[in-house]
Design a protein around this ligand. Structure first.
Ligand SMILES: Cc1cc2nc3c(=O)[nH]c(=O)nc-3n(C[C@H](O)[C@H](O)[C@H](O)COP(=O)(O)OP(=O)(O)OC[C@H]3O[C@@H](n4cnc5c(N)ncnc54)[C@H](O)[C@@H]3O)c2cc1C
Length: 371
C-alpha cells in the first residue's frame, strides 16, 4: 500500500500533503519547524496572484486551474485566503516585461486592459504614471495570505488523516527498489514514496541540485492618506523599469509592503539568514518610494528578510525521479501556484505522471548550477 513522506510542510509541501490526504493516500509531513512559520519562503503577510504571467505563457493554464483549488482551501478553512483586488503592471510602454505581460494575455485570451491618463488614475490612484508609462490591468489578480494558507492546508490534511511530525528535521532520504527511508533524530522510517519540498533549505538534502537560496527583503511604509491602499480595493502592483518593485495594499492597516526588485543576495542557508539589512538598502527603497509612490510616508515602519530557492532559469523543479517527487526551487514566484503544484505532486505519486503541462519544470532539463 502506498505511503508517502512529505519532507517540508511549507507552501508546496503543505499543499501536497492536503492533496494526497484528499485522495486518501496515507502521508506523513516532516518539518524542521511547523506549518505556517516565517523562516522560509512563505512569510511576510501577502503574496501576489496574477494571471497574465510575464514569466511564461506555459504557467497560464496552471494559474487558471489553481483559482478553484484556492477556493476549495478557503471553504475547508472557513476563511478568506485570496482577496481579488486585481493587479496592475506599471512601466515604460516598450519595456520587455510590459510586452511579456501583454504577450501572455494575448496567447491565452486574458482580459487585460492597457490604461493611460485618467483611466489609469481612476483604476489605481496609488500608482501615478510618469511620462511615457502605461498601466496594464489584470482583473484576475489579487493577493494571498501565505501564513494562514499554509496553516489551512496542513490542518485540512490532518483532518483527512495525514500526520505531521513538527520540529523534526530530516537529515537524509534514501531510495531503493522497494521504497524510501527517511532519517530523522528519532530514527529511520520506511515509506513507498517521498516528496521533497524543502524550499530554501534544498541544498541540505539535494547538495548537487542546481539550486541556490537567496534572501528577499520586504519593507512596509506608512500611508499618508487612509483612503489609499485600501486592502479591499487597491490592486496589487508591479512596477518595471527603474525603480522596479512589487507593492501591496495595506493588508493589516499598519503598512504598505514594497518589495524592491534588486539582485537578491545569495545565502548558504535560511538558518543563517540575517534579518536586518544595511541602512543603505533602506535608503534605496525609500528613494524608490519617494520617486513613485506619493501616497506613502518617507520611511519604512517594518523591514523583514525571507528566503526562497532559485534555479538558474527561474523556473521550479517539479517531477518524479524513481520513488521520489521533487517539488522545489520555485524561484520567487511559486506561492500562487502551490495548491496546483501540490495536486500535481499527488498525480506523480499516484500514477507516476500528470496531465498538466509541467515540461518547463522538468528536473532533468539542462540547468547549470551558477558558479
Ligand atoms: C519575500 C518573498 C516574496 C515572494 N513573493 C511572491 C509572490 O508575490 N507571489 C508568489 O507566487 N510567490 C512569491 N514568492 C515565492 C513563494 O513564496 C515561494 O516560491 C514558495 O513559498 C516556496 O514554497 P516552498 O514550499 O518551496 O518553500 P517553503 O515555504 O520555505 O517551505 C519549505 C519547508 O521545508 C521545511 N524543511 C526544509 N528542509 C527540511 C528538512 N531537511 N527537514 C524537515 N523540514 C524541512 C522548512 O522548514 C519549510 O517549512 C515570494 C518569496 C519570498 C521569499
Amino acid at each position: 500500500m502506498t505511503s508517502v513522506a512529505v519532507v517540508g510542510t511549507g507552501a508546496v509541501g503543505s499543499m501536497a500533503l492536503w492533496r494526497l490526504a484528499e485522495r486518501g493516500i496515507p502521508a506523513v509531513g516532516f518539518d524542521a519547524y511547523a506549518p505556517g512559520h516565517d523562516r522560509g519562503a512563505a512569510g511576510g503577510e501577502s503574496r501576489i496572484f496574477r494571471t497574465a504571467y510575464k514569466e511564461g505563457p506555459e504557467y497560464v493554464p496552471l494559474l487558471r486551474e489553481v483559482r478553484d483549488l484556492w477556493s476549495e482551501l478557503e471553504r475547508a478553512a472557513g476563511r478568506r485566503l485570496f482577496t481579488p483586488v486585481g493587479g496592475v503592471t506599471v512601466g515604460p510602454r516598450e519595456h520587455p516585461k510590459i510586452q511579456a505581460v501583454l504577450a501572455a494575455a494575448r496567447a491565452h485570451d486574458l482580459p487585460v486592459e492597457t490604461l493611460t491618463g485618467k483611466a489609469a488614475q481612476d483604476r489605481a490612484p496609488e500608482h501615478p504614471l510618469r511620462e511615457g508609462e502605461v498601466m496594464v490591468a489584470d482583473p484576475g489578480a489579487g493577493y494571498l495570505r501565505p501564513e494562514p494558507a499554509v496553516v489551512a492546508a496542513a490542518a485540512a490534511a490532518e483532518r483527512k488523516g495525514a500526520r505531521i511530525a513538527r520540529y523534526t528535521p530530516v537529515t537524509e532520504v534514501r531510495q531503493d527498489a522497494t521504497g524510501v527511508t527517511v532519517v530523522t533524530g528519532d530514527g529511520e522510517q520506511r515509506f513507498t514514496h517521498a516528496v521533497l519540498a524543502p524550499g530554501p533549505w534544498a541544498r541540505t538534502l539535494l547538495p548537487e541540485a542546481p539550486i541556490v537560496a537567496k534572501a528577499i527583503t520586504s519593507t512596509w511604509f506608512p500611508r499618508r492618506d487612509e483612503a489609499l491602499f485600501d486592502p479591499e480595493r487597491c490592486p496589487i502592483a508591479i512596477r518595471v523599469g527603474e525603480p522596479a518593485y512589487s507593492c501591496f495594499p495595506s493588508v493589516d492597516g499598519t503598512g504598505v509592503k514594497v518589495n524592491l526588485h534588486v539582485p537578491w543576495r545569495e545565502i548558504d542557508s535560511p538558518d543563517a539568514l540575517t534579518r536586518s539589512v544595511p541602512v543603505a538598502y533602506v535608503e534605496q527603497v525609500a528613494r524608490a518610494v519617494a520617486a513613485t509612490l506619493p501616497g506613502l510616508g518617507p520611511d519604512p515602519v517594518r523591514v523583514a528578510t525571507y528566503a526562497d530557492a532559485f534555479t538558474p532559469d527561474g523556473h521550479g523543479l517539479l517531477g518524479r525521479q524513481g520513488r521520489t517527487v521533487l517539488a522545489a526551487a520555485f524561484s520567487g514566484h511559486g506561492f500562487k501556484l502551490a495548491p496546483v503544484f501540490g495536486d500535481i505532486v499527488a498525480d506523480l505519486v499516484e500514477s507516476g505522471a500528470t496531465t498538466r503541462g509541467i515540461g518547463h519544470l522538468a528536473p532533468n532539463r539542462p540547468l547549470r548550477r551558477s558558479p
